[in-house]
Design a protein around this ligand. Structure first.
Ligand code: GDP
Ligand code: MN
Length: 396
């Protein structure tokens, strides 16, 4: 689950990581009220208005703007709320902005060189350890830094059983070229950031930029946090942080039906049991010259109701030109799946894309007979390659 910047910053703050302070607002009036409160609490008279959407690169898309008065806060918030923000990380249609974060301006005017760093904590799946990735090149997108100046990206591997050790935090501060109070502040920042990452069961904490202020404080200006969904049962309070407006509507609906579904751009719908087989099926479709329209794992119980639910989800995608059903009958018998497909097909009544069904495993032969004798416009296959060839045929 991804969080909004303002939510991520609240979590950081609760773990003692210094943040650029701010308040979220749903409309221009709330934005002005938020700015007034910020002035009382922090003394700031300049603000940044920041679009809250689950996408980075907001600054480049016009979703982060400086406001030098309450009038500007009101005007800019009014402009940003309701806009479809297009950034390098969104689709061409952009993302609708429902709320803004009104934050204190933490950059000093007239300063020619501001010290912006990049600091993230993430899981290194290769080594099975957590990793702090950091760079002197903050404020710009890290992919570009990785491409153009890879020597300016550093990593610090953390043994999850031991946790972050003081010398590691000091090495980060040292490599970032800090000294004096800023050095001390950075070691605290990194240590608390790591603790926040572990305690919240996150898979990513990315702070870009981390700012060194002119009075040598270190604070998080931006925050991108992904919480591991598998750990949500340990964080019931995080459930309220979910914002389904940010998620794909079709994926949300599939999730409610208990289907493991990811929307993709291609033209061949896939219905598969098991994530591994689903990936192999997507490869097969590509090899046959098609492009998968989705990833869909129907799970262990591929009965008529589930198959029908999966059909409905797949057919919501107007790009689907064919559907490939690839089910391995281990615990669930193939003949029952076949019957499920036939029943679902009859129930739906209006499926007008070709369907190729490959059932392999227990009672596969009976299943093939059922499909072949059903009188429906469904092609059966027993071999993987045969299924691929049939997909190619119907797309040609
Ligand atoms: P992103 O574009 O989605 O990554 O959003 P960020 O939160 O990183 O903000 C984008 C840029 O806005 C930052 O890199 C900063 O340069 C700038 N910015 C953020 N906060 C402030 C602020 O308080 N004052 C000023 N002047 N600029 C800011
Ligand atoms: Mn950023």
């Amino acid at each position: 689950m991804n969080l909004h910047e303002y939510q991520a910053k609240e979590i950081l703050n609760s773990f003692g990581v210094r943040i650029q302070r701010g308040k979220v607002a749903q409309n221009a009036q709330e934005a002005v009220d938020a700015a007034k409160e910020l002035t009382t609490e922090t003394g700031t008279s300049w603000f940044v208005v920041k679009a809250q959407v689950h996408a980075g690169g907001r600054g480049k898309g016009g979703g982060v703007k400086l406001a030098k008065s309450l009038e500007e806060v009101e005007r800019i918030s009014g402009e940003i709320i309701g806009m479809d923000l297009v950034t390098p990380q969104t689709s061409a249609e952009g993302k609708r902005v429902h709320q803004v974060l009104i934050a204190e301006d933490v950059y000093y005017p007239g300063e020619t060189e501001t010290d912006e760093f990049y600091v993230s904590v993430l899981l290194n799946r290769g080594t099975g350890r957590n990793m702090i990735m950091y760079s002197t090149e903050g404020g710009m997108d890290i992919e570009t830094v990785a491409e153009e100046t890879p020597h300016l990206i550093f990593t610090e591997e953390i043994d999850p059983a031991v946790g972050i050790l003081p010398f590691q935090a000091r090495r980060v501060a040292f490599n970032l070229g800090l000294s004096g109070n800023a050095f001390k502040e950075m070691t605290k920042f990194v240590t608390n950031l790591y603790t926040a990452y572990v305690k919240s069961d996150a898979s990513l904490f990315e702070i870009n930029p981390v700012l060194k202020t002119s009075d040598n404080n270190i604070l998080a200006v931006d925050a991108k946090v992904t919480i591991d969904d598998n750990a949500m049962y340990r964080h019931k309070d995080y459930l309220a942080l979910r914002d389904i407006r940010e998620e794909s509507a079709i994926e949300v609906e599939a999730g409610e039906l208990g289907l493991n579904y990811v929307d993709l751009d291609g033209n061949v719908g896939c219905m598969v049991n098991g994530a591994g087989l689903a990936m192999a099926t997507m490869d097969l479709i590509k090899q046959a010259g098609g492009e998968p329209a989705n990833f869909l794992d129907v799970g262990g119980t591929a009965d008529a109701a589930r198959v029908e639910a999966a059909f409905k989800i797949i057919l919501k995608d107007p790009n689907v030109k064919a559907i490939l059903i690839n089910i391995f009958g281990g615990i669930v018998r193939c003949d029952r799946v076949a019957q499920g497909v036939i029943d679902a097909y009859k129930n739906m009544g209006n499926i007008n894309v070709p369907i190729i069904v490959r059932l392999q495993g227990t009672n596969a032969d009976i299943a093939k007979e059922l499909i072949d004798n059903s009188g429906l416009d469904v092609m059966s296959a027993t071999q993987f390659q045969e299924a691929a060839d049939k997909v190619q045929q119907v797309l040609a």
